[in-house]
Design a protein around this ligand. Structure first.
Ligand code: GTP
Ligand code: MG
Length: 252
């Protein structure tokens, strides 16, 4: 899954980063609260828009006062997220307006050369879009007015964002896929067991291009449960076992 492009949400505290994150991943994973400095760590989730898959990372406020170690870490984590990201969504707050810190962070992102999207959040109604002239001063071509809470403007921004995503190296597995490895000495019947599984009428077998590292992983859907038979032939190869053992979560 690590092959998916990474989109980092960066901005000052309380601008609505976690609200945007939750909207993008369509879950309420990140805590949203009207207190600045709620998010402290990096939080990851998977999102897709029109079949384009990407990982989103929520971060803490880049303006959190770094007077103690934890606050220092919040800013540090946000910086790391920015560095590892392929694309950055910088979020400002319409109700606060453009701040010197916004400008500072945008300059830093611009210097990184990464594609970035300048979103102004809390634009809950189309009529609020007129209040955005303040943000023209940041010098970006496009300001994306959004409402992370109500959804306004999100689709327009994502339509452009997915075009900027780097080419995906692997197609993601469905969520909750269980990786299963057949482990055992040669000739004990691993292949027969696999074939029996594949032949069973309740089992839908499909090729997922790219999920197959060594051309021997097999994706199965059995009664709506997803399984990946990991590296089943590779097991027989000498010296590969240790590497293979890293790859599965369930051992049969
Ligand atoms: N009106 C309005 N309020 C919003 C919107 N998005 C977020 N909020 C509110 O803004 C406050 C902060 O939201 P969060 O998502 O926690 O902000 P954050 O940027 O993650 O904050 P930190 O984690 O503290 O940096 C909450 O009270 C949200 O309900 C929006 O689109 N419109
Ligand atoms: Mg947050």
């Amino acid at each position: 899954m690590s092959a998916l492009p990474l989109v980092a949400i960066i901005g000052r505290a309380n601008v609505g980063k976690s609200t945007l994150f939750n909207r993008l991943i369509q879950k309420r994973t990140a805590i949203v609260n009207d207190t600045p400095g709620v998010t402290r760590d990096r939080i990851y989730g998977q999102s897709d828009w029109l079949g384009h898959f990407f990982i989103v990372v929520d971060t803490g406020g880049v303006d959190v006062d770094g007077t103690n170690e934890i606050e220092h870490q919040v800013v540090e984590q946000a910086l790391l997220a920015q560095e590892e990201a392929d694309i950055v969504i910088f979020v400002a707050d319409k109700n606060v307006g453009l701040t010197p810190q916004d400008r500072e962070v945008v300059d830093r992102i611009r210097k990184s050369g990464k594609p970035f999207f300048f979103a102004v959040n809390k634009v809950d109604h189309a009529r609020h879009e007129q209040e955005l002239s303040d943000f023209a001063g940041v010098g970006v071509d496009t300001v994306y007015p959004i409402s992370a809470e109500h959804g306004h403007g999100i689709a327009d921004m994502l339509d452009v964002l997915v075009i900027a995503l780097p080419e995906m190296k692997e197609k993601p597995l469905p969520e909750n896929t269980i990786r299963v490895a057949m482990v055992g000495r040669p000739n004990v019947g691993k292949s027969s067991l696999i074939n029996r599984l594949l032949d069973s009428t309740r089992c839908i077998v499909s090729d997922i291009p790219g999920t197959t590292r060594d051309a021997v992983d097999t994706f199965l859907e059995i009664d709506k449960e997803n399984f990946l038979l990991v590296d089943t032939a590779g097991i027989k190869r000498k010296g590969k076992t240790a590497k293979i053992l890293d790859k599965f979560s369930v051992i049969m």
